[in-house]
Write a protein that binds this ligand. Structure first.
Ligand code: PEP
Ligand code: MG
Length: 577
């Protein structure tokens, strides 16, 4: 009989295949005593497993495509570094030599020691990296147990399988993708986890947060995974199978239709041009931006240039990186966000100053951090000004919460420009904009717009701060709701504020790249969207089939609704075309 269970749909699409169950938590670490004369051989077995784990990671890195999210590259860097760390390379060997024990047991003892150290850490971000420790140890263990391994790299045929696991790390998901896995179901994780981000980028349908699914599912049974609904169905009947096979066929046709609009303009049925830009983290993202016809860069997250390195990049190095992107854009505008460090984005080269705040998202983050560390901020402004010699640069300030901050930035920028010119550099067209991602800024968007050249809405943070939910905490992920009436009200206020002040406004948070929200945002008056390059075609397709006047009227009804249920129904209606 068909059984359906529900979790969080974190990557859209349908997968139909045979279930394969893989449980990482089954970490077999029984202690075995080794004869002293055989300890060297056991140590060699461990060293060979370490080498294989390193080779596996470097194979995964070689297979990365240009549009792999930067978070995944960083994740692989961190795991590679951990595989070189003496706590993992030497610690287990010392235990083996001291206790004359097997490598698995020694690895497990060392794992518990490292975890205890992490658990004592005050910094919640560092403490949360214990997950990485576990994943790296699991990779070594997998190599030790090569015959029994289950979640990747084990020579098993993964084509046509839906993987059902307690947890899968992004590196293994990359391997499984190459093996042809069709879908992913996990017990833990949520929409903002690295594995979920990667599943979306690889277009692997995925459902997460299904507690006990490994116990409920049976190896080899037919399952249907619906990533849109967050549902997994076991042993589906003929009608369900037929329905979902049709959905798979429709999805293929949809992709073919998307490919056909790569070179088309973006305009609504009534002929209004809508600007589509791309968010880029590294300059290699520009290839996909070009392939999908974006009109510029709506958000360049410069903090990635500062990550995973002991020394921060100086003005010249930053200038080279920024100028590279500006040159590649050939006259199209590049929106460069000044450093958004703090909260979950930390860098080794500039540890947070002072003691760690209890609420890092509300602390010395983004522009606050930059204004407190002008030796960090001013070289960045200078590098951006110099890069403008090669094309238009839009400097974007993150996390503005009061106008004083923007006046300070204007003053610093003015002084930097005079300095840069005095030093003989050319400065081209530079404008200054602000991110609207704090509710206070959304409410006073009109005032901010008056003093800025443009605005950009960062919905990821705006939603986090409006609904008081930590965006990286899976436990409250279910409260993350872009359609919450309070969020919609703030979006409306911001769009109207920019319109009244006559200043351009864009949106660069995840909401801008989700085609489910495109019609709503058009109806609210948004005319400029910036998103991951991979989302551009889907959003263009929705825009090209939209009638602005109809949407304006529907959104007016939505915003007038006082009952949240009625509001929800009207929002669903807007997408039923
Ligand atoms: C946002 O907050 O919406 C945004 C685009 O910035 P980030 O996700 O980098 O915080
Ligand atoms: Mg933000």
């Amino acid at each position: 009989m068909a059984v359906a269970i529900y979790g969080m749909g974190v990557s859209r699409g349908v997968a139909i295949g045979r279930a394969h169950i893989a449980r990482r938590s089954q970490f077999d670490a029984q202690e075995r005593t080794i004869d002293p004369s055989l300890v060297d051989a056991e140590v060699n077995r461990f060293l060979a497993a370490l080498t294989l784990a390193r080779e596996q990671l470097s194979l995964i890195r070689r297979r990365l495509s240009t549009d792999t999210p930067v978070e995944i590259r960083e994740f692989l860097d961190i795991h590679s570094l951990m595989l070189e760390d003496s706590s993992l390379t030497e610690g287990p060997i010392e235990i083996m030599r001291e206790h004359h024990c097997n490598a698995e047991w020694a690895l497990n003892v060392q794992r518990n020691r490292i975890k205890a150290i992490f658990e004592e850490m005050d910094d919640p971000y560092i403490a949360s990296r214990v997950v990485d420790v576990d994943q790296v140890i699991h990779r070594i263990h997998q190599q030790l147990q090569a015959a029994e391994t289950t979640d990747g790299g084990d020579g098993r045929q993964y084509q046509d399988l839906v993987l059902i696991a307690d947890d899968v790390d992004p590196a293994n998901l990359l391997l499984l993708h190459h093996e042809g896995i069709k879908g992913l179901v996990t017990e833990s994780g949520g929409p903002l986890s690295h594995t979920a981000i990667l599943a979306r980028s690889l277009k692997i349908p995925a459902v997460m947060g299904l507690r006990n699914v490994c116990k409920l599912a049976e190896e080899g049974e037919l399952v249907v995974l619906d990533g849109d609904m967050g549902a997994v169905m076991a042993d589906p009947g003929t009608a369900i199978r037929r329905y979902y096979r049709e959905r798979v066929r429709d999805a293929r046709a949809h992709q073919a239709a998307l490919n056909r609009i790569r070179r088309q303009p973006t305009q609504t049925l009534d002929g209004t041009h809508i600007t589509l830009q791309a968010n880029v983290d590294v300059s290699s993202d520009i290839d996909l931006l070009n392939a999908n016809g974006a009109e510029g860069v709506g958000l360049y997250r410069t903090e990635y240039l500062f990550m995973n390195r002991p020394e921060e990049p100086d003005e010249d190095e930053q200038f080279e990186a920024y100028a590279d992107i500006v040159r590649k854009l050939k006259g199209r505008p590049v929106t460069m966000r000044t450093l958004d460090l703090g909260a979950d984005k930390r860098v080794d080269c500039r540890p947070a100053t002072g003691s760690l705040p209890l609420n890092p998202s509300l602390g010395l983050r983004a522009i606050r951090m930059c204004l407190h560390n002008q030796d960090l901020f001013v070289p960045q402004l200078r590098a951006m000004l110099r890069a403008s010699a090669f094309g238009p640069v839009r400097i974007l300030i993150p996390m503005l919460s009061n106008t004083q901050e923007l006046f300070q930035v204007r003053a610093l920028l003015k002084a930097a420009e005079a300095d840069v010119k005095r030093a003989g550099h050319t400065v081209g067209e530079v404008t200054l904009g602000g991110m609207i991602e704090v509710p206070a800024a959304a409410i006073s968007a009109r005032t901010f717009a008056k003093y800025l050249d443009f605005l950009s809405i960062g919905t990821n943070d705006l939603i986090q701060y409006t609904l008081a939910i930590d965006r990286v905490d899976d436990q409250v992920g279910y409260l993350y709701d872009p359609l919450h009436p309070a969020v919609l009200k703030l979006l409306q206020l911001t769009i109207e504020g920019a319109q009244i002040a006559g200043k351009p406004l864009s949106m660069c948070g995840e909401m801008a790249g989700d085609p489910n929200y495109t019609r709503l945002l058009l109806g609210l008056g948004l005319r400029d969207f910036s998103m991951r390059p991979g989302s551009l075609l889907e959003v263009r397709q929705v825009i090209n089939g939209a009638n602005l006047e109809d949407l304006r009227q529907s959104v007016r009804r939505i915003m007038r609704a006082t009952n949240p249920n009625r509001m929800g129904a009207l929002i669903r209606e807007i997408n039923q075309v």
